[in-house]
Design a protein around this ligand. Structure first.
Ligand code: UFG
Length: 324
């Protein structure tokens, strides 16, 4: 059935792709975004757009009567979270609690929240199930974990139907929606900037990890597969429950393997130079997503790494043709 939804952060990478998929599925979407990191022209056609704070703007809309909120709006740079923690405790935690209060006041029944693998920290074993200990190694992960705890208690006490989705490494693009970060820190878009000639080489952050080729291993998930999990989460959310799901493909690729996939897809030699480790980077982060598969019926359709890189490459070239 058609749901009336608010998407905070719908002008950002994951939020815009999710909004596009929600509209395709026939839902009604209002995007709320303060454009601090998002782009107004990334809001999909067919969504109503309200520029504003994720808590304040949403609070003033909720009286119209909504079936749910998908809360993507957040600060998400690990390095920045260590330099400027207030930005994360206020921007992520305080804003989210104010959003929860507004939803409670208006009786908004459903919430889907963007959590992260960074809530687990340095894992004891791999792949990581949802039952793994949560010991974040950075303020970004700690802020998302704090929100997860708040959601759990609000759901139990006030009957909210809530789902947190813990993303592993999101990559790829969907239609005209993809990664457009002013401060780009993610591996695949940075490697592709070498292929377009915008960057001389890619730095490999550490070659002395306890992995097959010595570089760090991550679980790359296609942004459209991730979006599909949000649609399933909306329909599976149950009043009074907060469910948490890891989202990844369950396969790890090393930094060197990612660079090699980018060479294959782009045909560019992509020079790489080994650099020191980046502080706070775990060696291996791979998801056990059995719970999402079993309970949500989620199945990633675009798990192939070269396919993910191909979509990111098409998007990168299209953006470059548009002039950035
Ligand atoms: N890397 C490089 N060179 C670069 C950029 C990255 O070698 O120029 C390496 C990183 O050290 C890491 C891997 O590539 O080993 C992936 O790095 P990303 O920055 O693309 O992604 P992260 O795994 O660090 O972070 C992602 C999300 C975070 C989230 C984390 C949790 O971006 O928001 O996953 O798993 F917290």
């Amino acid at each position: 059935s058609r749901l009336k939804l608010i998407v905070t952060g719908g002008a950002g990478y994951v939020g815009s792709v999710c909004t596009a998929r929600l509209l395709e599925a026939g839902h009604e979407v209002v995007v709320v975004d303060d454009l601090s990191t998002g782009h107004a022209d990334a809001v999909p056609d067919g969504a109503r757009f309200v520029e504003g704070d994720a808590a304040d703007a949403t609070a003033s809309l909720l009286g119209e009567g909504f079936d749910g909120v998908l809360h993507f709006a957040a600060k998400s740079l690990v390095g920045e979270s260590m330099q400027d923690p207030a930005k994360y405790w206020h921007g992520n935690v305080i804003t989210s609690i104010r959003l929860l209060d507004a939803m409670r006041a208006h009786g908004t029944p459903r919430l889907v929240f963007s959590s992260t693998a960074a809530t687990y920290g340095e894992p004891e074993r791999s792949p990581i199930p949802e039952t793994a200990p949560t010991m974040p190694t950075n303020t970004y992960g700690a802020s998302k974990l704090a929100i997860d705890h708040a959601i759990t208690s609000y759901a139990r006490a006030h009957g909210l139907a809530a789902v947190s989705l813990r993303y592993f490494n999101v990559a790829g693009a969907y239609g005209r929606f993809g990664e457009r970060h002013t401060t780009e820190t993610h591996l695949i878009p940075l490697v592709l900037q070498v292929a377009t000639g915008d960057r001389p080489h890619i730095s490999i952050f550490g070659e002395d990890y306890p992995t097959d080729d010595g570089t760090a291993v991550r679980d790359y998930i296609h942004v459209a597969d991730l979006a599909d999990a949000h649609l399933l989460a909306l329909t599976h959310a149950r009043a009074g429950e907060h469910r948490i799901y890891n989202l990844g493909n369950g396969t790890g690729f090393s930094v060197r393997q990612v660079i090699e996939a980018c060479r294959t897809v782009t045909g560019h030699p992509i020079p790489a130079e080994v650099a020191p480790r980046r502080a706070g980077d775990p060696a291996i982060l791979v998801a056990a997503s059995d719970r999402a598969r079993e309970e949500l019926g989620w199945k990633p359709e675009r798990a192939d790494l070269e396919g993910i890189v191909r979509d990111a490459w098409r998007f990168t070239q299209e953006r470059k043709a548009l002039g950035g």
